[in-house]
Design a protein around this ligand. Structure first.
Ligand code: SAM
Length: 201
């Protein structure tokens, strides 16, 4: 039976070990660039969620820049979470890695000030259900920041946000140059929660 947390074969076993190596060694500049953004956007003492964290390099790069924040990374792949758990060892107590997915976050309602995700949106099975779930765990006034390749389903993402009374895509779209050969440019869309709790329309 398919479950929300079932990992795609591309993110298990040897593929995960390859991705972990690539993320830590070859793409470090990419995560540094994104973490700079995340560090600027996070309020003081923020609780941050990274959706589809993979080996968790964004977790460590953000934690290094912002010693005041707590960060949780979730991913449906147990192998990715095992890699992330190793990589976050230098940050005990305030950086966590757990099994979960965009459509099934293992957290209470309104648990996070900022939700981020990088290179993961294009893997989500059900974008609308995922946006509703991320809205559930977002605090009023919080933001969901989505970084991905231009071919990712950003149209679906924005439409799903605009279908929520508490969320708006607000045309906050930016293209970012990363300086990293494998992923030279990525898109960034920001979804804003209103001051009220985010509820479906
Ligand atoms: C290309 S990797 C990106 C990993 C990491 N965020 C990064 O920037 O390197 C995509 C990740 O999304 C995860 N993923 C796949 N489907 C997902 C879903 N429905 N919700 C959350 N993450 C998902 C995969 O397991 C994988 O770790």
């Amino acid at each position: 039976m398919h479950t929300q947390h079932q990992a795609h074969g591309a993110f298990a076993g040897r593929s995960t070990r390859r991705y972990d190596f690539m993320a830590r060694r070859l793409m470090r500049g990419f995560y540094r660039r994104i973490a700079e953004d995340v560090a600027l956007l996070a309020p003081n003492g923020a609780d941050i969620l990274d959706v589809g964290t993979g080996p968790g390099v964004l977790l460590t790069e953000t934690a290094r820049r912002r010693p005041d924040v707590s960060i949780t990374g979730i991913d449906p792949s147990a192998d990715m979470i095992a890699a992330a758990t190793r990589n976050i060892e230098p940050y005990p107590g305030r950086v966590h890695a757990r099994i979960g997915s965009a459509a099934e976050v293992p957290s209470d309602d309104a648990a996070f000030d900022l939700v981020v995700t990088s290179l993961s949106l294009h893997h989500w099975d059900d974008v609308a259900a995922s946006v509703a779930e991320l809205a559930r765990v977002l605090r009023p006034g919080g933001q969901i920041v989505v970084f991905d390749l231009a071919r990712a389903p950003f149209g679906e993402l924005d439409a799903a946000a605009d279908a929520h009374s508490g969320l708006s895509s607000a045309a906050c779209h930016t293209t970012i140059g990363t300086g990293v050969p494998h992923v030279r440019r990525i898109e960034r869309h920001v979804l804003h929660a209103t001051a009220e709790a985010a509820q479906p329309r």
